[in-house]
Design a protein around this ligand. Structure first.
Ligand code: MN
Length: 438
């Protein structure tokens, strides 16, 4: 586990003024990596600070040693090479940038700020990595129980749920960075009238999740034990696993397929495990009669601090709200700690059969629902499969998402004695389905 160091010092402030406001997601204690695009240019690696981005290419002369190794690997159109290096080079770059960006530090970066700092408002953020494979887990017992009560009222959790982190192989090609619209899927399902038809989903939903980017991979046939998995875990983002519930209910003879592969949105900034170190938390407290993790998923350090205390929120902004200039309506307030398994257990389990993970691969945590009604982290739970529509703050109701609705996620980690850090937003708007037949 990452130890705390000078980069976490709560007294450290930046000469980038916006980084010092209490509600800023990107104070000097965060320094997440991302890929930005200027109009007409290719993607470039950068680091967020306040409302600015450090352009790593423009600042390259200020780095040496491991920090230079990391900055070189991160400067291109994806962060895969940086992720492949493991956490130590990224940590060296973080330490150097923290020093260059702090009040009272060396002024080398400040002197070239006019070309090495790029206002976020002037660029578009794109996917931070090329993701070869995306796996989505199902690790909140609260989410799984609410869903399972429909089909298995007596035993809503699958028998394996408390023994292994359940997952399915999802689709990497349809990952989208925050801001991209999501096209409502056409699909096949059994309608309430008993007929099986093909058409636009009538039960489009979001799932509020946290994503993990894999760092150095493993070879096929060479699993990585819990004791070594931390350095295979690079960083974290917010993730919206858009889900068409009508298609999902009909097709899932072998797990979900087209109901999930339509698109998945992620927030574009990769928050490193080091930035999140102050916000580590114990693994989910298992009930006395729950099974203990089998030895290959058990690790004392992971049990003590393998989880993260991250407040997660989901908002819906309808076309009417946009037209009237009203704020988005919050529909979920939850915490990542509600998930039953840690990311270290998910990654270890994923590799345990010899399956290889590669730098830039993405793991979704599963819908991060908690025990209370306001912490239900998808509409299927919050509206009891559309039957009990939510009332939004402008009086509109929603059972499922409508065309033009925007879904916005935020995430924030806080702890007394530390500076709070945020994830930025993961947002996407629903577009009307493609007309069919073509
Ligand atoms: Mn999901």
């Amino acid at each position: 586990m990452t130890m705390l160091n000078d980069t976490h010092d709560p007294k450290r402030r930046s000469w980038v003024a916006a980084a010092n406001s209490a509600d800023c997601d990107f104070p000097i204690q965060n320094l997440p990596f991302g890929v930005f695009v200027r109009a007409g240019s290719a993607g470039q690696g950068g680091v967020a600070i306040g409302d600015q981005i450090v352009d790593l290419s423009a600042a390259m002369a200020l780095f040496s040693g491991n920090a230079l190794l990391a900055a070189t690997a991160a400067a291109g159109p994806t962060l895969n090479k940086l992720m492949a290096l493991g956490n130590a080079p990224a940590s060296a770059l973080r330490a150097r940038l923290s020093d260059l960006l702090r009040e009272g530090g060396p002024d080398d970066l400040r002197r070239i700020a006019d070309r090495a700092l790029v206002p976020m408002a002037d660029v578009t953020m794109v996917l931070p990595a090329h993701t070869g494979a995306f796996t989505d887990f199902l690790t909140s017992s609260y989410h799984t129980e609410r869903g399972g009560r429909v089909s298995r009222p007596d035993s809503p959790l699958p028998p394996c749920f408390k023994y292994l982190p359940v997952a399915y192989n999802s689709r990497a090609s349809s990952l989208r960075a925050s801001g991209a619209n999501i096209v409502r899927p056409n699909g096949q399902w059994k309608h309430p009238d008993g007929q099986v038809r093909f058409g636009p989903s009538e039960a489009l939903d979001f799932e509020l999740e946290v994503g993990l980017f894999i760092g150095p991979g493993n070879d096929v046939g060479a699993p990585v034990p819990m004791s070594q998995v931390q350095d295979r875990m690079f960083g974290y983002c917010l993730l919206n696993d858009w889900s068409a519930r009508d298609i999902q209910a009909w097709e899932s003879a072998l797990g979900p397929f087209l109901s999930k592969s339509l698109s998945t949105s992620i927030s574009p900034w990769v928050i490193t495990g080091e930035a999140l170190a102050p916000f580590r938390a114990p693994a989910f407290p298992r009930a006395p009669d729950d099974p203990q993790p089998l030895p290959y998923l058990a690790d004392a350090g992971d049990q003590a601090s393998g989880h993260f205390d991250i407040v997660l929120e989901a908002f819906i902004r309808t076309p009417n709200m946009r037209a009237a200039g009203q704020p988005a309506s919050r529909v979920t307030l939850t915490n990542f700690q509600h998930n039953y398994w840690t990311f270290a257990q998910m990654a270890t389990h994923h590799m345990s059969n010899g399956c290889n993970l590669e730098p830039g691969d993405l793991l979704g945590s599963g819908t991060a629902s908690g025990p209370t009604d306001d912490s239900r982290a998808c509409l299927s739970e919050a509206t009891e499969r559309g039957k009990m529509p939510l009332v939004l703050n402008n009086g509109e109701t929603r059972g499922w998402l409508r065309d033009g609705d925007e879904v916005i996620f935020t995430g924030r980690a806080s702890r007394a004695g530390f500076v709070s850090i945020g994830f930025g937003v993961c947002a996407g708007m629903v577009e009307a389905a493609v007309a069919w037949p073509q």
